[in-house]
Design a protein around this ligand. Structure first.
Ligand SMILES: CC(C)[C@H](C(=O)O)[C@@H](O)C(=O)O
Ligand code: SF4
Length: 467
């Protein structure tokens, strides 16, 4: 038999028909539905008088638009409110499970999928959201789709797709103190660029990856899309199975045993050939910080803001000038001298329990600088409950952070949590585009411990000095 990559194995087991021209009709096992991208898909379904073919294959949750200060406070925007109401109605109408905002299963779609055991090894999982690649951490093919594709999944459970090429990213050498997987993925994107992964399904492998927790593997896969890849996978192992066993929607009893047997083949064969292969040593990595308006505008915290005049190419020179003008930064400024106004710990990249623990460890016994407004937003209700059980909220609160309810929050300016014009934020999210966190807002991407360090000192700080 021809040696295969993990991606090939899962893909091949889902092909329903070969359409020619490199297009396949593939079976989709699971679909996560959120309020921003689903209304058109439901509307198209209704217009054609079609039904959802397999309601149990979908889970709906509102995450982008929800307020994170719940209480009795009304939604700031009519649009946000109607998006959430529409999702609830559409889910009820089509018999799809809906996770209400005040329930224990609510959260960011990419955080609750794994928590519920809805995300499983070997499946094809989709969502109308680009960060669906997060779920690949469990050894499945997971990717974001558009609204018309959501309609097709609702109606048929199938999708026309082109198979991606494969790239193995070997991460070797482990992580030094103060350095997290967020630093690894930011450094990787700085190196290969936001276009580096276009057309490829990434498989993260190597000693660094094997040592990572499931939460960290999710952070890694989450940002595959920021490298241009719609898909990022990690082969499942004992950690994957231990994480999933006993989750509400994971198989149980005999079905669990059968699943484990089926999953044992979910790895790239030893002699599998990838279309591209890159290797990074992570042993000497420093904490990373983005300074510009794309995730590839990233350097070590010990570095400086680059000088556009050094760019040979006229286009890159003007792009860089524009980016620095937006960010309000002078070339040559030490990254460590950049003051911040806001700190955001949360998102589907870094809103899990382990991320909150890492930030809390830095905050413990310290105070947020007077000039800074900081919020901690758990990625799900379950994360919030677990964090409170171990007293993390007290550490955040006594440091001067606000402790919020789950949602996408300040990762994306689609709810009440936004930066004001010109405000600068140390953020654990994944995108730093112009206006991403609010019109005129300036984003610096970093890890949770780095964001906590910035909160304490009021400027971007090398967290290794605070450990
Ligand atoms: C709004 C949504 C569809 C979008 C996405 O596709 O990723 C958002 O989640 C994001 O992170 O930019
Ligand atoms: S937390 Fe951010 S990146 Fe994740 S789904 Fe929400 S808006 Fe998108």
């Amino acid at each position: 038999m021809v040696a295969q990559t993990l991606y090939d194995k899962i893909w091949d087991s889902h092909v329903v028909a070969d359409r020619g021209n490199g297009e396949h009709l593939i079976y989709v096992d699971r679909h996560l539905v959120q309020e921003v991208s689903s209304p058109q898909a439901f509307a198209a379904l209704d217009q054609d008088g079609r039904k959802v073919r397999c309601p149990e294959a979908h889970i709906a949750v509102a995450d982008h638009a929800v307020p994170t200060l719940r209480g009795d406070r009304p939604f700031a925007e009519g649009l946000a409110f109607s998006q959430v109401e529409r999702l609830k109605e559409n889910a009820a109408k089509h018999g799809i499970a809906y996770m209400p905002m005040d329930g224990e299963r609510h959260g960011i779609v990419h955080v609750i999928g794994p928590e519920l055991g809805f995300t499983l090894p070997g499946v094809v999982l989709v969502c109308g959201d680009s960060h669906t690649c997060t779920h690949g951490a469990f050894g499945c093919i997971a990717f974001g789709i558009g609204a018309s594709e959501c309609t097709s999944i609702f109606a048929t459970q199938t999708l026309r797709q082109r198979k991606q090429k494969t790239m193995r990213v070997n991460l070797e050498g482990g992580l030094p103190d103060g350095v997290t997987v967020k630093d690894v993925i930011l450094a990787l994107i700085a190196e290969i660029g936001t276009g580096g992964g276009v057309g490829y399904a990434l498989e993260y492998a190597g000693s660094t990856v094997r040592e990572l927790s499931m939460a960290a593997r999710m952070t890694l896969c989450n940002m595959s899309i920021e490298a241009g890849s719609r898909v990022g996978v990690v082969a499942p192992d004992e950690k994957t199975f231990a994480y999933l066993e006993g989750r509400p929607l994971a198989p149980s009893g005999d079905a669990w045993k059968q699943a484990m047997a089926a999953w044992s083949d979910l790895h790239s064969d030893a002699d599998a050939v990838f279309d591209r292969e890159v290797t990074f040593n992570t042993a000497d990595l420093a904490p990373q910080v983005s300074w510009g308006t794309t995730p590839e505008h990233t350097c070590a915290v010990t570095g400086q803001v680059p000088d556009p005049e050094r760019e040979a190419d006229q286009n890159s020179k003007s792009r860089l000038r524009k980016s620095l003008a937006y960010m309000g930064l002078e070339p040559g400024t030490a990254i460590r001298d950049i003051p911040v106004d806001r700190v955001f710990v949360g998102s589907c990249t870094n809103g899990r329990l382990e991320d909150l623990r890492a930030a809390a460890q830095v905050l413990s016994g310290r105070k947020v600088a007077d000039s800074v407004k900081a919020i901690a937003v758990p990625g799900s209700a379950a994360v919030k409950i677990a964090a409170e059980r171990e007293g993390l909220h007290e550490i955040f609160l006594s440091a001067g952070f606000e402790w919020r309810d789950a949602g996408c929050s300040m990762c994306v300016a689609m709810n009440d949590d936004r930066l004001a014009e010109g405000e600068r934020c140390a953020s654990t999210s994944n995108r730093n585009f112009e206006g991403r966190q609010g019109k005129g807002g300036r984003t610096h991407l970093m890890s949770p411990p780095m964001a906590a360090a910035a909160a304490v000192t009021g400027k971007i700080t090398d967290v290794r000095e605070l450990l």
